[in-house]
Design a protein around this ligand. Structure first.
Ligand code: AMP
Length: 191
């Protein structure tokens, strides 16, 4: 079972992905987490992306695709992959199609978490306050930029997927538990 979680920053993708890891033993491929880890470990990739992450802009497609290709190949024989925060551009979405095809893999479920834009800023700021790990990009100016970048670069991929697959819309304003139940039911219906 390979699935994509779509939706803007703060919509709950990471929380829902973590639940699916617990429940179904899937592997969460979060490009944001992978990049933050690279920055924290001061790897060559980390040094390249540090300032981009802090600015709220997107890291270059080519680098993201290279990272994800390695991860997908490594993890493809497991019970399932959850793409969280990837793809984020049409170039990445097209490349993911090719990557999956080359590896004889399918895309089984696409979920879009829909949230009220006004609530996002508040949610992210709250997440920053409650989190032990400080994210440099969780302050209000940068969050605004991340939302702008989402609307410009990432929202168009919902249409891309709608023209090829069913995009399952889930109301991300419901409680975490309710959203988890809905997603788990979607997965169970697919198995
Ligand atoms: P996230 O944790 O998913 O909100 O990602 C944090 C930051 O990592 C983003 O604001 C981007 O700078 C970078 N990033 C994460 N995923 C991608 C991606 N698929 N393409 C480009 N940049 C990304």
């Amino acid at each position: 079972m390979n699935l994509i979680l779509l939706g803007p920053p703060g919509c709950g993708k990471g929380t829902q992905a973590a639940n699916l890891v617990d429940k179904f033993n899937y592997c969460q491929l979060s490009t944001g987490d992978i990049l933050r880890e690279a920055v924290a470990n001061e790897t060559a990739t980390g040094k390249i992306v540090k300032d981009v992450l802090a600015s709220g802009r997107l890291v270059e497609d080519e680098l993201i695709i290279k990272i994800m290709e390695e991860k997908i190949i490594k993890k493809k024989s497991g019970p399932g992959l959850i793409f969280d925060g990837f793809p984020r551009t049409l170039i990445q979405a097209n490349e993911l199609e090719r990557l999956l095809e080359r590896n004889q893999m399918s895309l089984d479920l696409i979920i879009e978490l829909e949230v009220d834009e006004g609530a996002l800023l508040e949610r992210i700021i709250k997440r920053a306050e409650e989190s032990r790990e400080k994210r440099e990009d969780d302050n209000s100016d940068i969050v605004k930029r991340r939302l702008e970048v989402y609307n410009k670069e990432t929202r168009p991929i919902v249409d891309f997927y709608s023209s090829r697959y069913t995009v399952n819309k889930v109301d991300g304003m419901k409680s975490i538990q309710e959203v988890s139940n809905i997603i788990e039911e979607m997965i169970e219906n697919k198995q």
